[in-house]
Design a protein around this ligand. Structure first.
Ligand SMILES: Cc1cc2nc3c(=O)[nH]c(=O)nc-3n(C[C@H](O)[C@H](O)[C@H](O)COP(=O)(O)O)c2cc1C
Length: 320
């Protein structure tokens, strides 16, 4: 039987299937179900900078034993402590912020509450024409340095794909103290209701078609700087998991697939991964990881601009 063990952020995981931050990981019940279904690790929902700046939870925020999304730091720490007492898989806490400031000291509280690692999600939509890309990136690096200084546990930075030179930024994040990158966060794009003439928040789940973006960047960044890489966005099936491992990911993270199908969705995905490994005679994840990374393929340009014109030309219009 294939051995699914993997290392992520220096932690030993029994499986590369990780439940990324979502309402499912925001309750002890959800976390238990995810562990029972085979999650190798769980990432709690984010504690937001905005919650940490305020005194306690915002009115009406949070419900039941749901600790995330505005329930405040006390509920968050309590969930984290309970998760650590109850689960035997690693528990990653998550902070979401954009600026340097007092909120960063909460990172240390998450470490004290037992978090095995911290994921820092920097979710920043830059809309000021006067602010250069360099300044935005400088801000990211400042936040990472501050969080790094506050904790001793491994730190992963969760990024959006919207940078003009991602490989450069990734290297700088590593210098600033990141031990791993989560590629990628998904920005929720507001929609417009043309009847009510209102801007509406829109949250759509991903599909496997969105896997290509993390796939490319994991393949490009694999084995640089010796950091961990997590694939996030578009991992739904066992095939998706195999792809991101071949590209060089240490773990495959899932949120949309688990929200749509429930925690037990991890079971068929694990079975499918085992089946693929058996058919391809791989006994350990290490044997397949990065086999199709940019460094390993005969044509490294395939992950860059190459084949662009050919790909476009292959899309012929339907004949009538
Ligand atoms: C309802 C919902 C809540 C989420 N909450 C968080 C969060 O608190 N922190 C975070 O870093 N990412 C959060 N995410 C992003 C997911 O962790 C994940 O990165 C993203 O959905 C892309 O992965 P997927 O294609 O598997 O859904 C959330 C996503 C959804 C759909």
């Amino acid at each position: 039987m294939a051995d699914l063990r993997t290392r992520y952020l220096g932690l030993e995981l029994q499986s590369p299937l990780v439940a990324s931050a979502s309402p499912l990981t925001g309750s002890l019940d959800g976390l238990r179900k995810l562990e029972a279904a085979g999650a190798g690790a769980v990432v709690l929902p984010s504690l937001f900078e905005e919650e940490l700046a305020e005194e306690g939870p915002r009115p009406g925020a949070g419900h039941g034993d749901q600790a995330g999304y505005g329930a405040g730091p006390a509920a968050y720490l309590s969930l984290l402590e309970q998760a650590k007492q109850t689960l035997s898989i690693p528990v990653v806490a998550s902070l979401n912020g954009t600026s340097r400031g007092g909120w960063v000291r909460h990172a240390a509280r998450l470490e004290q509450a037992g978090a095995d690692a911290l994921e820092l999600n920097i979710y920043y939509v830059s809309s000021r024409p006067g602010l250069s890309g360099g300044e935005v990136e400088g801000n990211y690096l400042d936040v990472v340095r501050e969080v790094r200084r506050a904790i001793g546990i491994p730190l992963a930075v969760k990024l959006s794909p919207y940078f003009s030179s991602l490989a450069n930024l990734a290297g700088q994040l590593v210098e600033a103290g990141a031990n791993g990158l989560v590629l990628f966060n998904r920005f929720y794009q507001p929609d417009i209701d043309i009847e009510t003439m209102e801007v509406q928040p829109a949250l759509e789940l991903s599909s496997s078609a969105e896997l290509r973006l993390p796939l490319r960047w994991i393949a490009i960044l694999h084995r640089r700087w010796g950091i961990s890489l997590a694939a996030s966005t578009g991992v739904h099936t066992a095939e998706d998991v195999v792809k991101v491992l071949l590209a060089g990911a240490d773990v495959a993270m899932m949120t949309s697939a688990l929200l749509a199908n429930g925690p037990d969705h991890l079971r068929p995905v694990e079975l499918g991964l085992r089946d693929w490994m058996d058919r391809h005679r791989h006994e350990r994840i290490e044997q397949l990881r990065g086999r199709l990374s940019q460094r390993s393929v005969p044509d490294p340009a395939a992950f860059e601009r190459a084949n662009y014109i050919k790909t476009l030309a292959s899309r012929t219009p339907p004949s009538r």
